[in-house]
Design a protein around this ligand. Structure first.
Ligand code: FES
Ligand code: FES
Length: 269
């Protein structure tokens, strides 16, 4: 797979394809990218400060070792880990090397609704629907990581999602019953651990920067970390030391500028 490995090019996987963005703004949120750039508006903006869960998406990343649900790709020592996150407080550059899954990703073209969605429908767990994509994605992360869940576990998975009109009982019922449906053709628990998810992330994974003295011809084309104005994600202690020496105290996703950027959402726009 041909990908651009420049240290200023953000790369992540969306719907099986590598998205490469040259020098993205360091404090653009994932939600802003989805709604304003990618025109994927199934992900909603409610509070824009991490409280309501309307903007929930799932982020997949590589981990070493066997899957906790005993589902493996059989091709690699790596497995996928999926987590629900609030896209309104997640900066886009933090997706580097990861897989992004949005509510639009779940249903195959002309295919049936995903069991998470069908269970919400069958249990009458939506009224105005504004919060529903966020509930879908929180329950979807639970669906991939477990083969069943009790009420307490569903409540835990939905702790970050607010609904103002349905009431929570049908939503919780839907969460407990989502495994009762036949496995969907895509985004079932086995397929989520398959080579089709693991290999694209292995292809875009960044390696530690080449050691001093390494000839350019010996350096890996995927070496080094993502470095943008206002954003640096060191991958080794040596890189972190250099960044701190250079005065990049705002390295990582939430420097002072990043916090101010999120807080700015509170102001009238
Ligand atoms: S929009 Fe409310 S948590 Fe993101
Ligand atoms: S269905 Fe209206 S806010 Fe949840």
């Amino acid at each position: 797979m041909e990908v651009d490995n420049s240290s200023q090019v953000l790369r992540f996987v969306l719907d099986g394809r590598v998205v490469a963005i040259d020098r993205p703004p360091a404090t653009m949120t994932v939600l802003e990218y989805l709604r304003d750039v990618a025109c994927r508006r199934g992900t909603k903006e409610g509070c824009a400060e991490g409280d309501c869960g309307a903007c929930t998406v799932v982020v997949g990343e590589l981990s070493a070792g066997p899957s906790p649900n005993r589902v493996t790709s059989g091709h690699s020592p790596n497995r996928m880990t999926y987590r629900a996150v609030n896209s309104c407080i997640r900066f886009l550059p933090t997706l580097d090397g990861k897989e992004l899954v949005t509510v639009e990703s779940l249903q195959a073209p002309n295919g049936p609704a995903h069991p998470v969605q069908q269970s919400l429908i069958d249990n009458h767990a939506s009224q105005c629907g504004f919060c529903t994509p966020g509930f879908v994605m929180s329950l979807f992360a639970l669906y991939l990581n477990r083969s069943e869940a009790n009420r307490e576990e569903v409540l835990q998975a939905l702790a970050g999602n607010l609904c103002r009109c349905t009431g929570y009982r049908p939503i919780i019922d839907a969460g407990m019953r989502q495994w009762d449906y036949p496995a969907p053709p895509r985004w079932n628990r086995e397929e989520a651990q398959s080579a089709s998810h693991v290999e694209p992330l292995e292809a875009i994974a960044r390696r530690p920067a080449a050691a001093a003295g390494t000839k350019p011809s010996q350096a890996s084309s995927t070496s080094g970390s993502l470095k943008l104005p206002g954003f640096h994600a060191p991958r080794t202690l040596a890189e972190l030391g250099k960044a701190l020496q250079a005065g990049r105290h705002g390295c990582g996703p939430l420097g002072h500028e990043g916090l101010a950027r999120i807080a700015g959402h509170r102001l009238p726009r």
